[in-house]
Each structure stands twice: as C-alpha cells, then as structure tokens.
Design a protein around this ligand. Structure first.
Ligand code: NAI
Length: 253
C-alpha cells in the first residue's frame, strides 16, 4: 500500500513547476473556471486530462493547453467510469482530481420545478461524487493525492433569494468534502473552493457588479484557479477538509 509522503523542503520548491510530474483530471474543463484551471496546471508542469459533456468545447480546450480530452456527462455513472479509465490510461494514472463541472438554475421556489431542482443536485453533488468514486482506485495508488471540489460562496452563506437549488447543492458538496476528507485521510486530501461571482458562461446575463464584495469587484477565472492550485499542490500539504472562500470578502468564513 502507498505511504503518505511528507511535503518536500523549501530546497525542492520549484516556483514555476508546482505540479511537475502530477497527473490531474479536471472536470467541467470545456469552459470557464475548469478550462482556466487545466491551462494553469499545464503551465505548472502537470499532465492534464480534461473532462466535459460538451465534446467540441473540451476538444478545443485540450488542444489549447496540450491536455487529453475525455467526454462524459457526470450524471451518467457508466460514462464517467469509462472516461476516468481513459483519462488514467492517457496519463498513466491519476494523482489529483478537480471537480469543476456544475450548473446553476436560478429562480424562486415556484419557478424551479422538482425536475430542475433534481438536475442541479444530480450534476453538482451526485456528479462530483460519481467522479470521485471512479477516480478513487487511481488516487489511492498515488503516493500523494488530492481532490478539489468547486463549491461556492452560495454554499456557505446564500446571497439573496432565487438560487436555493444551487446553494443547497453546494452546501452538500462542502459537507461531502468534509466527510471524505476524514474517510480518505491520510492518503488523499480533500478540499473545496467557494468562489464569489466569476464572469463565465454560467453567470452570463447576471448583474454581479461586485458591490457585495469588500474588494468591490468580481473574481477572474485565474484568481479561482490559483486557489485550486494551492489546494491541489504541496503548498497546502497540511490542509484538508476546508471550504476556502475566494469571494473578495463577502462571507468572511
Ligand atoms: P461554466 O458554465 O463556464 O463551465 C462549466 C463547464 O461544466 C461547461 O464546460 C459545461 O459543459 C460543463 N458541465 C456542466 N454540466 C456538466 C455535466 N453534467 N457533465 C459534464 N460536464 C458538465 O461554469 P463556471 O462558471 O466555470 O463554473 C465552474 C464551477 O465553479 C461550477 O461548479 C460552478 O458552480 C462553480 N462556481 C462558479 C461561480 C461563478 O460565478 N462562475 C461561482 C462559484 C462557483
């Protein structure tokens, strides 16, 4: 069985190759934060597989950063198993997983029917869990593994009305993260990131003027990807189970 390794000393710190030698799967990597994360991770020296349900988008994103595209809808457990197997084959194993695939269905309770609510939970919560389950044998075989789940500030402190399904799914994902951090310790660290508003396809058309943030602006995808990089790499070697707000000072959690 693999032994948990300790973090390297500062002598080994490589500022421009923080993920050198690591094999990483990023879901939801066809667009937005996931696509940016895959690119940053490649720049930091990782081998990356990009998973998305949108085949054209994930192929373009993979070509842009030099990663391996795999296509699956995270709500289809059979397709997820197949895609994770092909990602692991392409990279020769998996050291880290970043769960970015997610959807949002804003609306008041009367406007979001049960099917729409269920779909949000299926993608954001159960989908993340399905990818984690499929990756687990690979992560357990790695000497030093991490999982980072893209939750949301909405999962810590819901901001205003009209996004209950999303907030509930992300609150669930934060709790799933804390549970699995205990279950998978000490071999695999599991953390979540809780961004505020980031202009992407998901938030297109929404106001998000940043006034609710102490920093008075929205985040960029790269600012969120940098937080994911911290949690995926050895810089966070003694951090597990956390929900890290990247929200410009909205929640102060
Ligand atoms: P996005 O819409 O730009 O990208 C999401 C990607 O996930 C798309 O490529 C989409 O095809 C893929 N995807 C969606 N459902 C899928 C499924 N069932 N199976 C496989 N792939 C699927 O979204 P964005 O903004 O980059 O969001 C990424 C993550 O960050 C999400 O989990 C989101 O909830 C979270 N987040 C986003 C915030 C924002 O303001 N944009 C704020 C807080 C969290």
């Amino acid at each position: 069985a693999a032994e948990p390794a300790s973090a390297p000393g500062w002598e080994e710190h490589r500022p421009n190759a923080r993920l050198a030698g690591r094999r990483i799967l990023v879901t939801g990597a066809g667009a937005g934060i996931g696509r940016c994360t895959a690119g940053l991770f490649r720049a930091e020296g990782a081998a990356v597989a990009l998973l998305d349900r949108d085949a054209a988008a994930v192929e373009a994103a993979a070509a842009a950063c030099g990663g391996a595209p795999v296509v699956a809808d995270v709500t289809d457990a059979v397709a997820v198993d197949r895609a994770v197997a092909s990602a692991a084959a392409a990279l020769g194993g998996l050291d880290d997983l970043v769960n970015c695939a997610g959807i949002s269905r804003p609306g008041r309770v009367e406007e979001v029917d049960i099917a729409a609510f269920r779909q949000v939970i299926e993608v954001n919560l159960i989908g993340a869990h399905a990818v984690i389950r499929a990756c687990l044998p690979h992560l357990r075989a790695a000497p030093w593994a991490t999982i980072v789940n893209l939750a949301s500030g909405q999962g810590l402190v819901p901001a205003g009305p009209s996004n209950a399904a999303y907030a509930a799914s992300k609150g669930g994902l934060i709790t799933l993260t804390r549970s699995l951090a205990q279950e998978f310790a000490p071999l695999i660290r599991v953390n979540s990131v809780c961004p505020g508003m980031v202009p992407t396809g998901m938030t297109a058309g929404r106001s998000g003027d940043g006034r609710q943030y102490a920093l008075k602006r929205n985040a960029t995808p790269l600012e969120v990807a940098q937080a994911i990089l911290f949690l995926a790499g050895t810089d966070s070697a003694f951090v597990t189970g956390i929900a890290l707000p990247v929200d410009g000072g909205r929640t102060f959690h």
